[in-house]
Design a protein around this ligand. Structure first.
Ligand code: ADP
Ligand code: MG
Length: 687
């Protein structure tokens, strides 16, 4: 008997190799698969008559096969399957490429359902490589109605995934619906089971909308409930008062290689004022990419250190941790502080730990350093700080409240809570910020450092690609550097997607044989990554080909070109983050977007990158591009927990907030919910 925890290989039709391919996209159990949502639907709900077909439209037709045979194309050795289909109104030609087995599956006289795009050639209207399905007893899974489309890995087809889900969808009745009944009733939501059913097999767009609403509600509800619980926990605790060390701070600011902008001064001032209080600070620092948030963090950490207390700076990636460590050490070198890096390569500046055993280093750092920089290794390791008074979280909101609690438990005393400063480039709407952080103050850096020029963005097509390469060559000859971003690592990852390795070889061998090129991706060891970044920073490499690992935060002021391959695969927020890796000095910078998909909608979306330079504008526009057939398509930087819900859905965020506040005082009435939220909190800690 199958249940929710059964391994997928126990399903009929799933062998070892399919199971391992499913595992690649994180699918191991039946429950995983039930929660593997399609990202959009193709609408084949209108069955069309052949006589009325119009070129360029997506349609579903049902007809009988009159004729079907294979042949080879004249020059290239491609196999072509040709068929003639007829319905009551007319007949038309269908061709498939390189799928000779189709003529074995379909025989003259068979009824088939076909879905695809209508095209025109010299013989009249045709369909090329449509999805097909033999119709037996009038049932169709792949070609009629709303057809869900899933993100896939190599060698798994949409058909296979739909076929698998079809087999297990009835098990959704075993799901525990953890949302309080009263909430479901008040908000008119679907039950969890209905929502799961409708997201995979909707009859119409009203089904998908309702399913989306319930599933989005789930996501926001858990996040907002978690914040509320933690907020209640923390309330009432006091914080260390950090005195503003005016003289040293002014000295520090005076010695910077640049002048602080007014917004940076104001934000620093607000932070310092908050930290003087014995009530713990909860402040969000918002500023677009490149606006100079780091220096505000450094000023806060410097003051904490001068008060003989510790601070930590948590960042989302190893690369960023390494980079912050190096730059903070450099910028604070006159103060003779002990600064530590805790990531997979624990390090310490200004402090002799060579004599220590390797595994003791993180502990030593946590006890001895005044400023500690790290990834979430910081909270996972069994380390305790000595007297932590300030926690700064860079570029990732999911840290924030939940991690604050964990880190509080390691702060070295139970009486005080560290001050919290969260920094983000994502324009989090105020209602969400409040729901996430509770009593929170916001500082905003609107003004870019003086002399910055807006980045010039353009779209690359096959016709001007060579020109773009020439341009890059010229810039590099003038001493600049370039990033090239590709969506995935292996060629096998997906059809037609440029991969880092492939792209690296191409650029290295064919396009820029006399330039120094390097590549970077998440599968490299931490030391290798650091070395590659260090070389790039010192301009020993001209071009860095990378996956999205460099998306956030990385600061390489001499890089002025960002070329993004497969740009259609990224959300606007993410593209904006990539673009923010250049334009970090006074030198004119450029961003080139290349896309394999030249559909009008994709081009329109990419054109908004050309038109807008601000993250806030782009975030809003991203939403507009989500049509009714789309569930989620944008990566909302920093909110991995939100697959379906949008951070701009103010009404839903507010509704959820009300519901959370209604039930939070009677949680013990809802054991399923208690269990769920407990699991959710644990997951956040171990991500
Ligand atoms: P972000 O807000 O994206 O985190 P950073 O703090 O990394 O931005 O700053 C981006 C770059 O701008 C860094 O190289 C930093 O040294 C530089 N910078 C910061 N503030 C100023 C300023 N006031 N004037 C000139 N350059 C600055
Ligand atoms: Mg930053």
């Amino acid at each position: 008997m199958l249940d929710l925890n059964s391994q997928l290989r126990n399903i009929h039709g799933v062998g070892k190799s399919i199971a391992s391919r499913l595992k690649k996209i994180g699918l191991e159990t039946i429950e995983d698969l039930l929660f593997y949502f399609p990202f959009r639907y193709e609408d084949y709900s209108r069955q069309a008559k052949i006589s009325e077909l119009q070129t360029g439209t997506n349609v579903n037709i049902v007809g009988a096969i009159e004729l079907i045979h294979n042949k080879k194309s004249p020059r290239k050795r491609i196999s072509i399957t040709e068929a003639i289909i007829s319905d009551q109104t007319d007949q038309m030609k269908i061709i498939w490429f390189n799928q000779p087995f189709i003529s074995k599956n379909l025989k003259p006289g068979d009824m088939v359902s076909l879905s695809g795009k209508v095209e025109q050639d010299y013989t009249g209207i045709i369909m090329k490589s449509p999805n097909y399905e033999k119709i037996t007893n009038n049932q169709s899974l792949h070609t009629q109605g709303l057809i869900p489309m899933y993100h896939l890995t190599a060698n798994i087809t949409q058909k296979q995934i739909r076929f698998l889900i079809k087999q297990i969808i009835h098990l959704s009745s075993l799901l525990t619906d953890w949302l309080p009944k009263e909430t479901i009733r008040r908000q008119g939501l679907l039950s969890l089971k209905e929502a799961i059913w409708n997201i995979h097999f909707p009859k119409n767009f009203s089904d998908t909308e309702q399913a989306k609403k319930r599933l989005a509600f789930n996501e926001l509800f858990l996040i907002q409930l978690r914040s509320q619980i933690i907020k209640n926990d923390i309330a009432g605790k006091t914080a260390e008062s950090i005195k503003f060390k005016e003289k040293e701070t002014q000295e520090f600011v005076k010695n910077l290689p640049f002048q602080l902008t007014d917004d940076q001064k104001k934000a620093s001032w607000q932070v310092l004022q908050d930290m003087e209080k014995e009530k713990s600070m909860s402040r969000l620092l918002q500023g677009d990419v490149g606006s100079g948030k780091t220096i505000v963090a450094v000023i806060a950490m410097l003051n904490t250190a001068l008060n003989k207390k510790q601070s930590v700076l948590m960042v989302p990636t190893e690369i960023l941790a390494g980079q912050h460590f190096n730059s903070v050490c450099k910028i604070l070198k006159n103060f003779n502080l002990k600064i530590g890096l805790i990531s997979r390569t624990a390090k310490m500046a200004n402090f002799d730990i060579k004599s220590e055993k390797k595994k003791d280093i993180p502990r030593k750092i946590a006890e001895g350093a005044q400023i500690i920089i790290g990834t979430h290794a910081l909270i996972q390791e069994k380390i305790k700080f000595k007297n932590l008074a300030l926690t700064i979280v860079d570029e990732q909101h999911r840290f924030g409240v939940a991690q604050r609690k964990t880190i509080t438990e390691k702060s070295g005393n139970n009486k005080t809570t560290p001050h919290l400063l969260s920094m983000t480039a994502t324009p989090i709407p105020r209602s969400l910020a409040l729901a996430l952080f509770g009593d929170l103050s916001v500082s905003v850096i609107n003004e870019m450092p003086k002399g910055r020029k807006p980045i010039i963005t353009s779209i690359i097509t096959e016709t001007n690609r060579a020109q773009a390469y020439e341009f890059i060559k010229k810039e590099i000859k003038a001493g600049r550097q370039a990033f090239v971003i590709c969506p995935l690592i292996d060629i096998s990852d997906n059809l037609g997607v440029k991969s880092v390795k492939e792209e690296y070889e191409k650029l290295d061998k064919n396009i820029f044989p006399d330039l120094k090129i390097n590549m970077l991706h998440g599968k490299l060891k931490a030391e290798e990554k650091n070395e590659i970044m260090e070389k790039f920073l010192q301009n020993k490499t001209n071009i860095l080909v990378s996956t999205s690992v460099i998306e956030v935060g990385v600061d390489m002021p001499n890089a002025t070109i960002m070329l993004i391959e497969g740009a259609d695969r990224f959300g606007l927020a993410q593209l904006h983050q990539f673009r923010g890796r250049v334009g970090r000095s006074n030198i004119q910078s450029y961003c080139f977007l290349s896309s394999d998909n030249n559909g009008q909608k994709t081009l329109d979306r990419l054109h908004s990158m050309v038109k807008y330079n601000s993250g806030f504008d782009l975030a809003k526009i991203d939403l507009k591009f989500r049509g009714p057939g789309e569930i989620y398509g944008i990566a909302q930087t920093g909110f991995p927990e939100l697959q379906i819900a949008s951070i701009f859905d103010y009404p839903l965020i507010e509704t959820v907030d009300t519901e959370v506040k209604t039930i939070i005082d009677k949680l013990d009435k809802y054991p399923f919910l208690q269990e769920k939220i407990k699991k959710f909190q644990e997951e956040a800690h171990f991500e």
